[in-house]
Design a protein around this ligand. Structure first.
Ligand SMILES: [Zn+2]
Length: 364
């Protein structure tokens, strides 16, 4: 068996030649960053006891949202598995990083990936903790460390994001199903070799030794196909591929559901798109969301459903009625001050879609 030589390390452009560089000022020599840090709200996270799963509360909202997700720039959600191209029907590619496909050969985005992406936006626009971070404990701003409820000790209070998306020891109130592509097949793309984050080189990551904000990548008009480095072949969903999924929710307040609609880009004042999967720095993973239907039940109706012999008429709403319902909840969320406006305004500048922003050139 012959051993292949290790792949060449990606070569970095010579910074000294490409821009004027002063000693002790490495920040200036770095190219424009493809992301922004959204600062934390003025007030620290507000912790509350979550609604619980033991019963459908009569004053809360329960149901299902039906979503259509449209790929705007090439999308790759990695399985972590690299296979031979011939194994997935492409003999020209020796090795390729795969996405999940269902038994019908349709690309699939795991519900957990979607949940993570929606959660990060929800966290940023509410008074929520910093949930998943590589920052060290001492670098987390005061009162922002991850919620850790301990039900056995009677400590249940969690931040707004943890209440509905869950935390350690707390299951959360919404559940994402896997999103399945409407068509069979896939595209093959390339993901350039991305560098690890280098917080040490970007002082703006920290303010007085603490993390300065939450990181979000800009949407761009397209993804870079091959960078200056050849990159790695990846299985992708190409532009205009359409995925459908459903999201079940229970015991939400009107402002929680309204905030979820805002995060999903349903507020005309805040036209934002999701950023899903890998290759975010080079413009990959932009998806727009359409809510196609909602099955929303209030506590009393729910009771009727179980005590009647005949099942009630469908409670599914579509079209104008659906739009009215969503806008009503969105207004409730804005009016309640549950949504942090400065953070939402800052996020809009990063996640606005469509955009005329070009993908970054040079180093990523
Ligand atoms: Zn939390």
């Amino acid at each position: 068996m012959s051993s292949n030589p290790p792949p060449p390390k990606p070569s970095r452009p010579n910074l000294a030649n490409s821009s004027p560089r002063r000693r002790n000022n490495s920040e200036q020599a770095l190219p424009a960053k493809p992301y922004e840090l959204i600062p934390f709200p003025k007030q620290p996270p507000c912790l509350k006891r979550p609604a619980g799963h033991d019963k459908y509360l009569p004053d809360r909202l329960h149901g299902t949202l039906f979503l259509t997700l449209t790929v705007q720039t090439a999308l790759h959600v990695s399985t972590g598995v690299v296979v031979m191209g011939s194994d997935i029907g492409n003999n020209r590619i020796p090795l390729i990083k795969t996405m999940v496909q269902n038994p019908d050969q349709k690309l699939t985005i795991q519900g957990s990936s979607l949940k993570g992406c929606v959660r990060s936006v929800y966290e940023a626009v509410t008074r929520s903790c910093i949930c998943k971070t590589k920052a060290k404990k001492l670098q987390i701003p005061d009162k922002y460390s991850e919620c850790t409820p301990e039900p056995k000790k009677g400590r249940l209070d969690v931040c707004p994001a943890c209440q509905i998306f869950g935390a350690l020891n707390w299951q959360g109130l919404i559940e994402f199903q896997d999103a399945v592509c409407q068509s069979t097949g896939f595209a093959t793309g390339f993901m350039p070799s991305l560098y690890r984050p280098r917080p040490d080189q970007r002082r703006a990551y920290f303010r007085q030794g603490k993390v300065a904000g939450r990181k979000f990548y800009y949407h761009t008009i397209r993804a870079i196909d091959r960078g200056q480095n050849q990159g790695i072949p990846v299985q992708t969903a190409a532009k205009e591929y359409i995925f459908t999924t459903a999201l079940h929710f229970k015991n939400l307040t009107a402002e929680e559901l309204g905030t979820l609609f805002i995060v999903l880009g349903q507020d005309p004042q805040y036209p934002i798109a999701l950023k899903v999967g890998g290759g975010k720095p080079i413009g990959m993973g932009t998806m727009t969301v359409q809510v196609t239907a909602i099955d929303c039940i209030k506590g009393q109706n729910l009771r009727d459903r179980y005590v009647a012999y005949q099942s009630p008429d469908s409670t599914q709403l579509t079209g104008d009625v659906l739009q009215q319902l969503m806008q009503q909840h969105i207004q409730t969320a804005h009016a309640s001050a549950f949504v942090e406006k400065p953070q939402l305004d800052a996020l809009l500048e990063v996640l606005r879609y469509p955009t005329d922003r070009e993908p970054p050139t040079g180093m990523y």
